[in-house]
Design a protein around this ligand. Structure first.
Ligand SMILES: Nc1ncnc2c1ncn2[C@@H]1O[C@H](COP(=O)(O)OP(=O)(O)OP(=O)(O)O)[C@@H](O)[C@H]1O
Ligand SMILES: [Mg+2]
Length: 265
């Protein structure tokens, strides 16, 4: 199934009628097609989470167009989101959390528990399947949330800095895990991160975003096919990372110029 995203003049204002209204997205437009891993990088508060919430269908209060369409209009899209702040059902064990979406899909108890347990194993939590969220560390909770999102085999998955709370080694392992999941069943994966290395490693395309969701550039990295650990130490990897860094750095410097927004007097 081929998927495309069409975003046109998308604007989102929080507390529009209140005193403290915030323009989170201001007339954002872009077009992307294909079942790819798309990474979004950009500074704190630039609108990444807001955009993901809209694309995942969780927020429908916006102006403009934000459409995700597929080549088979008769087939419903399954969309899901993994949140920045880890949202698990606290009264369910890790296993029950992961199996929950499968229950909603009508899959038998035996089958869903087997699948949930196998997914938890792939994220290194075999010994925690009976644990409740309160008994898990932040990083472990996030891995349960990831397994739960992938269990339902979504067509579109929005991941909001999902590996942010992991140590470097675990993060690298989870990136490989994500690639493996994607290779097994390619879907449209939209992945927000602050980590440029992560974006270069995972992204087939990288959306570089600045304030209010304005798109600085969409980098096509489809030609960098070797997503093994060795890829991280290649010149191509460093070149792309440097390029993204420079794009974002230039933007930050321009924003900080006294004659732009700030007064030093
Ligand atoms: N529920 C809300 N009510 C009011 N303002 C909000 C709300 N959610 C986000 N904002 C504001 O909208 C802007 C964009 O926020 P958003 O969370 O989308 O940014 P972000 O790029 O995900 O940031 P971060 O990198 O810190 O996760 C920010 O200025 C933020 O303060
Ligand atoms: Mg965010």
């Amino acid at each position: 199934m081929s998927i495309s995203i069409h975003v046109e003049n998308l604007s989102k204002i929080y507390n529009e009628r209140g005193e403290q209204s915030t323009v989170a997205l201001d007339h954002v437009s872009f077009e992307i097609s294909g079942s790819d891993i798309i990474c979004i990088v950009g500074p704190v508060g630039c609108g990444k989470t807001t955009l993901l919430r809209i694309l995942s269908g969780l927020d429908n209060k916006f102006e403009g167009i934000a459409e995700i369409s597929n080549s088979n209009p008769n087939k419903d899209q399954i969309r899901t989101m993994v949140f920045q702040e880890r949202a698990l059902f606290y009264w369910m064990t890790a296993l029950e959390n992961v199996a929950f979406g499968l229950k909603c899909k009508g899959i038998s108890k035996h089958e869903r528990l087997a699948k949930a347990s196998q997914l938890l194993e792939t994220v290194g939590l075999t010994d925690k399947i009976r644990a409740y969220p309160d008994e898990l560390s932040g990083g472990q909770k996030q891995r349960v949330a990831l397994a739960r999102a992938f269990a339902i085999e979504p067509d579109i998955i929005c991941l909001d800095e999902p590996f942010g709370s992991q140590d470097y080694h675990t993060r690298c392992e989870l990136q490989m895990w994500l690639l493996e999941m994607w290779n097994r069943r390619p879907n449209l994966t939209i992945f927000a991160t602050h980590d440029l290395e992560e974006a270069v490693f995972l992204g087939r395309r990288v959306i570089v975003m600045k304030d209010k969701g304005h798109i600085l550039q969409i980098e096509d990295l489809g030609h960098l096919v070797d997503r093994t650990q060795a890829f991280r130490s290649t010149p191509e990897f460093y070149d792309v990372k440097k390029h993204l860094w420079e794009l974002l750095e230039t933007e930050t410097i321009i924003c900080a110029k006294p004659d732009n927004n700030m007064s030093l007097s």
